[in-house]
Design a protein around this ligand. Sequence first.
Ligand code: SAH
Length: 225
Amino acid sequence: MRLFGHVDRDPGGLGMTGQRVRDRLVERLRAEGIRDPRVLDVMRQVPRHLFVDEGLESRAYEDTALPIGLGQTISQPYVVARMTEALLEHGTPRRVLEIGTGSGYQAAVLAPLVAEVYSVERIHRLLREARMRLRRIGAANVRARHDDGRLGWPEEAPFDAIIVTAAGERIEPALVSQLAAEGVLVAPVGPPSAQRLVRLRRTPAGELREDLGGVSFVPLLGGLA
Ligand code: SAH
């Protein structure tokens, strides 16, 4: 798979952002249990170093969350891969809603895998920077908007999949109501010390909830900034 028109490559594969470093990250993700070849392929190709703050590029392919300013973080690659895999497991969604655009990295990972990505961010400055990065890598099928993501994006509903990248006390009912029949939602839920990654699926038999393990996300907050 060849992603986007432009990918910032380091042809020799040397350096802290080159192909060899990315390959090593993907090997690590595989060892940690990520199996979906589409997800591994995208993780290999999306230039995460373009989504972190200046000065942190050399750490972009470590498997850790990193600060993106304003108290927010770009998620750990393993968590991005795991959530993406969980969204794709029961069929490839066409239209995906993300809550918490942040750096734009998760949206960039989803973009080559689905038809349309809609992403909502409450902090205007982060949204602006994320839009610029997404444009730079040529991810043309991502639309991002400044709003309280707990309300979803009703004008564009229903969505085949919803991914929430900040932790709430509960799964927002407004988001569940914007899920298509047989849609899937993945979200971190719970207080800072005890968050669980939850997958909710709408099925003909009703809503199915699964616990996908412990995680650590910044909080889902109300209002705009
Ligand atoms: N998906 C992002 C992760 C960013 S961290 C990435 O790949 O970089 C979570 C983001 O959620 C932060 O940017 C935070 O500002 C945002 N957020 C928190 N509460 C929100 C809300 N109610 N609506 C929209 N965005 C929210």
